[in-house]
Design a protein around this ligand. Structure first.
Ligand code: NAD
Length: 455
């Protein structure tokens, strides 16, 4: 059992801290956000992740985890400190390392015994070297400090499961002492461990995320071509998936990737390449495709309807994917302002993302348009002229095709996640546009209400 401190209680830090406690370690989670610490102390998770709150409560009751803003107290006697603070994108695409630098300084000024510092945040290649030097430069006590890289691969929406059952743990260090301690910390997890040098570990993280982003953009590119040549991307993906060299995951076409990782990690890696005189053309292409993909359906709808002014628009799904309350880089954030600019009256539904969305777009008037937040997909659909589906939540997928026909004033649906079978929407009499599949058009009488605005 080790005494572990975790800096940052976001998706990575809090989940790591809770899972270390679950594995039997003594954990203190540190955050600068007092509000977060206060609610975590009450057993409430500041983020939405399956099983997280339950494990927080269980391990808090067992005395294995606590939360604080007092970093000095948390760091001074820790055996290991895991850094899980954000590394957001800067305007030039590079990673902002200021949060890492602050924690490094706080660690240097707090530790009173030999300590292993483990960087979990996603950081540019070479950052661990700099963090180690930086901490050594600012140390106030004569103690041994080493920095190891241990990038995180969890996916939001299944973060706890992904941590407890990770496909692999990457340990990046050249120090036997650091490697041994990390091996022991992870021993109770009983997972495959890959031990490499620090720079390779840092690169594994970017290379993995960017590969997944590429896979998504590739399928979206092919989907767009499918539409032009009369193929169906879902059949194409199914046919591809039997090839073990391709695999069956990440083959779903849609309105593009979002979240806090793929968008920033693709840009950060192309930035690192540029700094080293190299152009990462494949990743650049993935970024380009994704940018256009996010508003593809909006543009399609603009060609179908002249304007959204005074139209009732049902928006189903706000978060960047199901299972999370995270809105970072969500397609909804690209599309909702475009609809509002045109004077749309939006009725938005999301099972967990509404509170975060309200912070950006409060209920009521927003520029030329309005937003009303509702409790169910059906409420959003009632009397709507058009519907956009941005997130494939189970609650949205369970809406029957007939419900769109029954509840909407004009059953016109733009599905960014291909959640329905084209034939089912056709049978239900819904005009249906999705990604990389045949469009379903219905007679103009069915769309009579929108007739005045149809080109
Ligand atoms: P986040 O923004 O959700 O959380 C970061 C937390 O750090 C915040 O609560 C913030 O208040 C806190 N913080 C900032 N400065 C601090 C300090 N000096 N001391 C203590 N706490 C401090 O971030 P996240 O999504 O968990 O991502 C963290 C890192 O992990 C990033 O580098 C990210 O790229 C990487 N990562 C994220 C995911 C993911 O799915 N979110 C997956 C793998 C890796």
């Amino acid at each position: 059992m080790y005494k572990i401190a975790v800096a940052g209680t976001g998706y990575v830090g809090l989940v790591a801290g809770v899972c270390f406690a679950e594995a039997g370690h003594q954990v203190t989670c540190v955050d600068i956000d007092e509000n977060k610490v206060n609610i975590m102390e009450k057993g409430i998770s500041p983020i939405y992740e399956a099983d997280l709150e339950q494990l927080m409560q269980k391990n808090y009751a067992a005395g294995r985890i606590d939360y604080t803003t007092d970093f000095k107290l948390a760091y001074k006697n820790a055996d290991a400190i895991f850094i899980g603070v954000g590394t957001p994108e800067q305007p030039d695409g590079s990673a902002n390392l200021s949060y890492i630098a602050t924690v490094a300084r706080q660690i240097a000024e707090s530790i009173e015994k030999d300590c292993l510092i483990v960087v979990k945040s996603t950081v540019p290649v070479g950052t661990n070297d700099k963090v180690e030097q930086f901490i050594k430069d600012f140390l106030i006590n004569d103690v041994r400090v080493e920095v190891a890289s241990n990038p995180e691969f969890l996916a939001q929406g299944s973060a706890v499961h992904d941590t407890l059952h990770a496909a692999r743990i990457i340990i990046g260090t050249d120090s036997k002492w650091a490697e041994d301690m990390l091996m022991k910390i992870y021993e109770p997890f009983n997972l495959p461990i890959v031990s490499v040098n620090r720079r390779s570990a840092e690169m594994i993280k970017y290379a993995s995320n960017d590969f997944l982003a590429l896979k998504i953009s590739y399928m979206n590119d092919i989907a767009n071509l499918c539409e032009l040549v009369g193929a169906d991307i879902q059949d194409v993906a199914r046919g591809m998936s039997f090839d073990e060299r391709i695999g069956s995951k990440f083959l779903n076409a849609g309105i593009g990737y979002g979240g806090s990782c793929f968008p920033k990690d693709t840009k950060a890696l192309t930035y690192i390449a540029k700094q080293n005189g190299y152009e990462l053309r494949t990743v650049n292409a993935a970024v380009d495709v994704n940018k256009d993909q996010k508003t593809l359906l909006y543009k399609k709808a603009c060609r179908r309807l002249i304007t959204f002014n005074n139209l009732k628009v049902a928006v189903l799904g706000l978060t960047f994917k199901p299972g999370t309350d995270d809105l970072r880089e969500a397609p909804s954030l690209e599309n909702v302002p475009l609809l509002l600019e045109q004077g749309a009256d939006i009725y938005a539904y999301d099972p967990v993302g509404v509170d975060n969305f309200k912070k950006k777009y409060p209920e009521g008037n927003n520029g030329r348009g309005t937003i009303t937040y509702v409790e169910s997909p059906e409420e959003a659909l009632k009397g709507a002229n058009v519907c956009f589906i941005f997130t494939e939540w189970g609650e949205i997928k369970s809406v029957e095709p007939e419900t769109y026909k029954e509840l909407m004033r004009t059953p016109l649906v733009y599905d960014g996640r291909n959640i329905y079978k084209v034939e089912d929407m056709c049978r239900a009499g819904v005009e249906y546009y999705s990604i990389g599949r045949p469009n379903v058009k219905v007679s103009s009488e069915v769309i009579s209400e929108a007739a005045a605005t149809i080109k």
